[in-house]
Design a protein around this ligand. Structure first.
Ligand code: SAH
Length: 452
C-alpha cells in the first residue's frame, strides 16, 4: 500500500490534540504554523502549551478525553499512552476523522513526514513508517542542499510568476521564462547577492581561491560554486584532493605554467575565460590559496571587465595562513611586532626589487612567496639590509597537505639550505624570535622541525 502525499490547508480548521506532554507539544507547532484551530485536551500540559493557551494561540481543555471532543474535527492527534490512543483512534475512525496515534503506526491514518522547511518551500519525506532514521538523514542532507536562502528565493519566484501572469504574455514564452528563472544559474546569481532572478541567464566567471591544499580549507561558497561549474580552469597548485571535488559534469582544464608541453600564456587564459562566459557558461577560475595574492587575478579581471563579463571573487585561505598553521605560529604577535608583509621573490620584468631595507626594518613578519631556488640570495640580501644572521626563519613546504614539511633555520642557515619541495613558503621575522625557538632553529638548521 502506498501513501497518498498531500499538503493540506488547515487554516481555520478544527484539529484535536489529545495529550499535552512533550510529545504532544512537539506535534503542536506545525499545526499552529499552518494556522489550524487547535484544541488540546489533557488534564495537565507542558509550560509551552499552557502559555500558548494563555496567549489564545490554542484552546486547552484541562480534563481527560471524551468521545464528543471529536465532534466536528478535521484531524486528531493522540499523543497519549497506547490504550487511550487505541480508543481515540477507533472513535475517530467511526466518525470518519483521520487520526495519528503517535508511535503506533498501525493506528495512524496519516504521518507527520520529516520536513525541510524553507518558507513556502516544503520538502516532506516519508518512508511509510519503515525507517524514521533514514527520513531524518535525508532531511539533513536536503537541508544542507537547500539552505535558508531558498525561503527568500521561492518568495521572489512567486512574485515574478505573478507579475508574468498579470502581464499579457505568450504562454509558451512565459513557461520557458519561468523555467529559466527557477534554474540553477538563476539561483546562483541570487545567492551571490544579485537579488533579481531576471539577471540569470548570461555566463559568468568566478575567481575562486582554493586554499593551500587541504580540501577542507575550501570555503563553503567555493564548494557550492564548483558544484555549478560548466568549466573549471585551474593552475598547478591545485591538489588532486581538491580537483576531485569538481563534478564530473564540468569540463576541467589545467592552465598552469608547468602543465603539458605547451606553456599556456596569460593571454590564452584570458581568452578562454571570455569565450566560455560569452557562450553562457558558468566558468570557475580556480587558484591555489587566495586568488588575489600573487595570482594574476587583476590581469584576468581587467580582461573580463573590458569584455563586459560579470565576475565574482571568492576569497581563499592564502599559503601564508596555511604555513603558519603548519608551523604552529601566529603570523602576528602584538608583543613582538606590528606588521605582516606578503612578498614574492619573483617579479615582473622591469619592476624594481623589493625594498629589503624596509623589510629588514619591518618589526614584524615577512611571508615570502615563491622563494624556491632564491633562498640563498634572499638570505644574503636581507642580511645586507640589516637583519641579524640568526634571525629565525621557517620554511614550510606543501603546507596543509599530507606530506607537509616544516623546516626551521636561521637566516644564515638559509643560505646553505637545499631547496625544499614545491610549493614552499618562507616566513621570516620577529614573531618567531622567542629564545626557545631560536635555539631550536639553530640546532635544526636544514632539518625537519622537531617542535611538534
Ligand atoms: N595565490 C596563492 C599564491 C600563489 S604564488 C596564495 O594565496 O597562496 C605560489 C606560491 O604560493 C608558491 O610558490 C608558494 O610560495 C606558495 N604556496 C602555495 N601553496 C602553498 C603550500 N601549500 N605550502 C607552501 N607554500 C605554498
Amino acid at each position: 500500500m502506498s501513501l497518498f502525499p498531500v499538503f493540506i490547508k488547515l487554516e481555520g480548521r478544527p484539529v484535536l490534540l489529545v495529550g499535552a506532554g512533550s510529545v504532544g507539544e512537539s506535534k503542536v507547532s506545525a499545526l499552529l504554523a499552518s494556522r489550524a484551530d487547535v484544541t488540546v485536551v489533557a488534564p495537565r500540559a507542558t509550560a509551552s502549551i499552557a502559555k500558548w493557551s494563555a496567549e489564545k494561540k490554542l484552546r486547552w481543555v484541562a480534563r481527560e478525553f471524551r468521545p464528543e471532543d471529536l465532534d466536528g474535527m478535521t484531524l486528531v492527534i493522540a499523543a497519549v499512552p497506547a490504550e487511550v490512543a487505541a480508543r481515540i483512534h477507533d472513535e475517530a475512525h467511526a466518525r470518519g476523522i483521520l487520526c495519528n496515534s503517535v508511535d503506533d503506526p498501525d493506528r495512524c491514518d496519516f504521518y507527520y513526514g520529516a520536513v525541510v522547511n524553507r518558507g513556502d518551500l516544503q520538502i516532506a519525506i516519508s518512508t511509510n513508517g519503515h525507517s524514521p532514521a533514514l527520513a531524518q538523514r535525508l532531511r539533513q542532507e536536503l537541508e544542507r542542499q537547500f539552505g535558508p536562502e531558498y525561503a527568500e528565493w521561492v518568495a521572489l519566484l512567486g512574485s515574478a510568476r505573478q507579475e508574468m501572469f498579470a502581464a499579457a504574455m505568450d504562454p509558451e514564452v512565459r513557461r520557458e521564462r519561468l523555467h529559466q528563472l527557477a534554474g540553477a544559474k538563476a539561483f546562483q546569481e541570487f545567492a551571490l547577492g544579485n537579488a533579481s532572478p531576471e539577471a540569470a541567464s548570461k555566463g559568468k566567471v568566478y575567481l575562486v581561491g582554493a586554499g593551500p591544499g587541504d580540501p577542507e580549507l575550501l570555503t563553503l561558497k567555493a564548494l557550492r560554486i564548483l558544484g555549478q561549474a560548466d568549466a573549471v580552469l585551474h593552475d598547478d597548485l591545485l591538489t588532486p584532493d581538491i580537483l576531485e571535488l569538481i563534478p564530473a559534469s564540468a569540463r576541467v582544464e589545467c592552465v598552469g605554467k608547468r602543465h603539458g608541453e605547451r606553456q599556456i600564456t596569460q593571454d590564452e587564459i584570458n581568452r578562454r575565460l571570455r569565450t566560455y562566459a560569452v557562450a553562457g557558461e558558468t566558468v570557475v577560475r580556480l587558484k591555489g590559496g587566495d586568488g588575489t595574492i600573487f595570482g594574476r587575478a587583476s590581469e584576468e579581471m581587467d580582461a573580463l571587465r573590458s569584455a563586459g563579463i560579470p565576475f565574482t571573487i571568492i576569497p581563499g585561505v592564502t599559503a601564508a595562513s596555511g604555513a603558519a598553521a603548519a608551523a604552529g605560529i601566529s603570523l602576528t604577535d602584538r608583543r613582538l611586532g606590528s606588521a605582516l608583509v606578503f612578498l614574492t621573490a619573483q617579479r615582473c620584468k622591469g619592476n624594481p626589487p623589493p625594498n629589503w631595507k624596509a623589510v629588514a626594518a619591518l618589526g614584524g613578519t615577512a611571508a615570502i612567496y615563491m622563494p624556491g631556488g632564491h633562498e640563498a640570495d634572499l638570505a644574503q640580501q636581507l642580511m645586507e639590509a640589516g637583519l641579524p644572521a640568526d634571525t629565525p626563519c621557517i620554511v614550510v613546504a606543501k603546507a596543509t597537505q599530507a606530506d607537509e614539511q616544516v623546516i626551521e633555520v636561521t637566516l644564515s642557515g638559509l643560505r646553505d639550505m637545499t631547496t625544499p619541495p614545491a610549493p614552499a613558503l618562507l616566513l621570516i621575522g620577529v614573531v618567531q624570535s622567542d629564545p626557545a625557538r631560536l635555539e631550536q632553529a639553530r640546532e635544526n638548521t636544514g632539518k625537519r622541525s622537531t617542535f611538534y
